[in-house]
Design a protein around this ligand. Sequence first.
Ligand SMILES: *Cc1c(COP(=O)(O)O)cnc(C)c1O
Length: 305
Amino acid sequence: MPEHLVHEHIDLTKGIIQQLSHPFFAGRDLSLHVLRLDLIHPVISGNKWFKLKNYIAEALKQQKKGILSFGGAWSNHILATAFACREAGLSSTGIIRGEEPPQLSHTLRDAARYGMELRFTGRASYSRHLQEWEQWQASWPDHLIVPEGGQGEAGVAGAATIGQLIPPGQYSHIACAAGTGTMMAGLIRSREPGQLVMGISALKIDPGNNSIADHIRRHTGEEPILFHDYHFGGYARINAELVQFMNDLYASCQLPTDIVYTGKLLYALFHLAAAGYFPKGGTILAIHSGGLQGNRSLKKDNLIF
Ligand SMILES: *Cc1c(COP(=O)(O)O)cnc(C)c1O
């Protein structure tokens, strides 16, 4: 499959590793580096390209007309799917959670501009989409149906290729944000022996129904190291402390983060380091999985970047 034709604009060499020269880590005999996947493409940013690329290839191989996928009003996955499909010469349909609002979010407006057909669906029927998979497929025979967030084996296998951008023998810990856990499952598959992969949940998880841990176990056979105390009240919830932290981090290290995933990931790493979680000499690589476009849901003057 001619991947270069599909995404000649994706530039993995831009996915540099930024060494955070923050006294907070050095003073604790720790180092924190960040893999900047947010820089590989202006629209298809972060982990979404990795999770999508096998689905795009599959749609082309099966000679589908397009891809149909699912997401919320600020979904990074929906936006990346719209753009990636356009570049691949595929049409795209987005099934959007909730009723159609009087005014579309910036994200959905952009997705529509990239040619995505948007269809709004009530929250209840949206949340059944995984169970009603066969109906979706039967109704859209000329589309490849991609689950929310690109979860599924093709997404995990794609996310595992993030490991190719991580230099060997350098890191004791790989840290990432977790939404569905697809990226984390891929990172677990591609890690080196002895390396710990840790995930910071962006969702408020019901302990009796840990969809992230289940997903990762199913795809890796391993028990994931997940932290559930850094969601700031739930998915996409924020408070003044988080925004202040993100602004301070940008001011001190020129690292922009997003309010849903990477801001909370970095906050957690500082918090865990302060609490003595990491052994001395620990070398931590945080995955910047992108998502900066979602910051447009904030009021303009909240963030300094
Ligand atoms: C989608 C997304 C995630 C979550 O990835 P999963 O594979 O669903 O866990 C993390 N960070 C960013 C910026 C994302 O857009």
